[in-house]
Design a protein around this ligand. Structure first.
Ligand code: DOR
Ligand code: ZN
Length: 355
């Protein structure tokens, strides 16, 4: 017998939200867009599009041309707005910030040189970019940070926490009103830094860092499709990320870091970093929130906090998720190659209702 005090809370069978946005997304270019752009547009109204192409997107003109290629890859009638970013280098001219701002570019991405995929042209010393950061602070354009130090002698699992102490704290001191987003935050240190920082600091959190800890990389054998950067961390960090995402704070929001790579390049002696989650992003977040009984917090995280931080209006349309088992496809085309999505062949419990 159960009474009201001990009965399990009823779990909803459907959930309607303001249409979410993805504040950190890799779409790539060329033929890959035929897969990545429709997946993003099926879920999100807008997405912050990462600039780590080869060569990287470093001018307003390149960003506008890239936006046009994305638009051409969308299915007819799709209402999706790519929000473009530039790739920060040591010497990006401050005048380019003015041009980019005028062209509708929304932010700049800081890749410490050598930190991750296509980061060779990234920043070698953030102080070299100070004139550019001045212009961004003035224009109100956020700096999106890949927060890992690159010193090869440091433990890979410590690189985010070290970045905060060595790079982020001095940067924040020198630019008190620069909007900074710690992209794909993965540690308790990162989550607590953002929680305790002022209103100019925020973080995105991926679905995979909410759902998995580093065991996922190694259980039963090495599992390259769980490998991304920053790498999955210990359970204590995952729990801190879940707490941050479900806290109701406006400074943590959805950013999938969906990063497609051909499966054969991930299943390789030196496998590429990146998890593909765009095929089921909101479903994976729903799973993570549902597991801790926090579905009522999903809309704030997925649909409201991001636009508020960027100074944009929230979307007006809505989406509905239904509790319904479905099986994730084993693969999707990626140009001539195949990509293996996260949870390939697995059953998920939430499904977006397609109109
Ligand atoms: O795992 C990752 N993949 N992390 C990044 O920072 C870049 C991304 C990519 O572009 O593949
Ligand atoms: Zn990324």
């Amino acid at each position: 017998m159960t009474d009201a005090a001990t009965a399990p809370t009823a779990t909803p069978s459907s959930l309607t939200l303001v249409r979410p946005d993805d504040w950190h997304l890799h779409l790539r270019d060329g033929a890959a867009l035929r897969t990545t752009a429709p997946h993003a547009a099926a879920q999100f109204a807008r997405a912050i599009v990462m600039p780590n192409l080869r060569p990287p997107v470093t001018t307003a003109q390149q960003a506008v041309e890239y936006r046009d290629r994305i638009m051409r890859a969308l299915p007819a009638g799709a209402a999706f707005e790519p929000l473009m970013t530039l790739y920060l280098t040591d010497r990006l001219p401050p005048e380019e910030i003015v041009r980019a701002h005028a062209a509708g570019v929304k932010a700049l991405k800081l890749y410490p040189a050598g930190a991750t995929t296509n980061s060779d042209a990234g920043v070698t010393d953030i102080r070299k970019a100070y004139p550019t950061l001045e212009a961004m602070q003035k224009a109100g354009m956020p700096l999106l940070v890949h927060g890992e130090i690159t010193d090869p002698d440091t433990d890979l699992f410590d690189r985010e926490a070290l970045f905060i102490d060595q790079k982020l704290i001095p940067l924040r001191r020198d630019f008190p009103e620069l909007k900074i987003v710690m992209e794909h935050v993965t540690t308790r240190e990162g989550a607590h830094y953002v929680r305790d920082a002022g209103k100019f600091t925020a973080a995105t959190i991926t679905p995979h860092h909410l759902l998995y800890n580093r065991n996922a990389l190694f259980i039963g054998g090495i599992r390259p499709h769980y490998y991304c950067l920053p790498v999955l961390k210990r359970e204590v960090h995952r729990l801190a990320l879940v707490e941050a995402a479900t806290s109701g704070s406006g400074r943590f929001f959805l950013g999938t870091d969906s990063a497609p790579h051909a499966a054969h390049l991930k299943e390789h002696a030196v496998g590429c970093a990146g998890c593909y989650v765009a095929h089921a992003a909101i479903e994976l977040y729903a799973e993570a929130f549902d597991r801790v009984g926090a579905l009522d917090r999903l809309e704030g995280f997925a649909s409201l906090a991001g636009p508020a931080f960027y100074g944009l209006p929230a979307n007006t349309e809505r989406i509905t998720l239904r509790r319904e088992n479905w099986t994730v496809p084993e693969s999707y085309p990626l140009g001539e190659a195949q990509l293996k999505p996260l949870c390939a062949g697995e059953t998920l419990a939430w499904k977006i209702v397609r109109d």
